[in-house]
Design a protein around this ligand. Structure first.
Ligand code: PEP
Length: 264
């Protein structure tokens, strides 16, 4: 039986004092459930302060990204050992935003190529995280144009194959995959539960082909895209959805606590 997992992705939000207040409010209200794991992915700068506040708590400390090399001339990047040193246990990889695929475009279109993540860089990052014992949360998902062209499953299968190239079942068995339809991220549009569950099930079937059945049965497949207190219960009830990757709603401790409760 897979425990549910609910991870907050704070993206580029919250200064360090704001992050500290958010964690303090969260730990006051959160119940600890045996069947639900919780993680938080603050900005790089807030990881140490959040990590200190989570000492002795069962909430996992996460990062939103990583670079694959150990060290070197990679200005602006952060290595897996740097994350490990500050206590990071989980890390998001291949989120649609660094891939340059936005549900709601808030930057000029001409700057999109700045966000240049590819399946190959995702693969390098996954390997680096696994080598350092950090649990990756691999994000996959289709844009609205891909969905309308009937390409949802093939896009996701290609993303999985590219990301997991050269990685075997034993290495990824503790990993996590998040199905995040790009058109539902930060837009307020949620994928309906039946379709989200179908895609999460398709991901598990494909993981069995790429890895093996044992790994596919163990890997948590989360749904992400405008998850909030109002829709979490229905989404998390679906047998193929093992929890959520939560953006906006994780910035509000009261709302996030309700999302966590919904997973119980
Ligand atoms: C995300 O970016 O991972 C996400 C799911 O965001 P939101 O919940 O705000 O749609």
């Amino acid at each position: 039986m897979r425990a549910k997992l609910v991870v907050g992705n704070w993206k580029m939000n919250l200064t360090r004092p704001e992050a500290a207040s958010c964690v303090e409010a969260l730990v006051k209200q959160i119940d600890s459930y045996e069947d639900v794991e919780v993680g938080l992915c603050p900005s790089y700068l807030s990881i140490p302060v959040v990590g200190n506040l989570l000492q002795g708590k069962s909430i996992l400390l996460g990062a939103q990204d990583v670079f694959w090399a150990g060290s070197g001339a990679f200005t602006g990047q952060v290595s897996p050992s740097m994350l490990k040193e500050v206590g990071v246990q989980i890390c998001i990889v291949g989120h649609s935003e660094p891939r340059g695929r936005f549900g709601k475009l808030e930057i000029p279109e001409s700057t999109i190529s700045y966000f240049g993540e590819t399946d190959q860089t995702v693969n390098l990052k996954l390997k680096a995280l696994l080598y350092h014992g950090i649990v990756p949360i691999l994000c996959v998902g289709e844009t609205l144009a891909e969905r309308e062209a009937g390409k949802t499953d093939s896009v996701i299968q290609d993303q999985l194959a590219g990301a997991l190239d050269g990685i075997d079942a034993a290495e990824f068995i503790a990993g996590v995959v998040a199905y995040e339809p790009v058109w539902a991220i930060g837009t307020g549009k949620t994928c309906d539960t039946e379709e989200a569950s179908r895609v999460c099930g398709m991901i598990r079937t494909h993981l069995a082909k790429l890895l093996d059945q044992d790994a596919a049965d163990s890997i948590r497949v989360l749904y992400g895209g405008s998850v909030k207190a109002a829709n979490a219960k229905e989404l998390f009830r679906a047998p193929d959805i093992d929890g959520g990757l939560v953006g906006g709603a994780s910035l509000n401790p009261e709302e996030f606590v309700q999302v966590i409760r919904a997973a119980h």
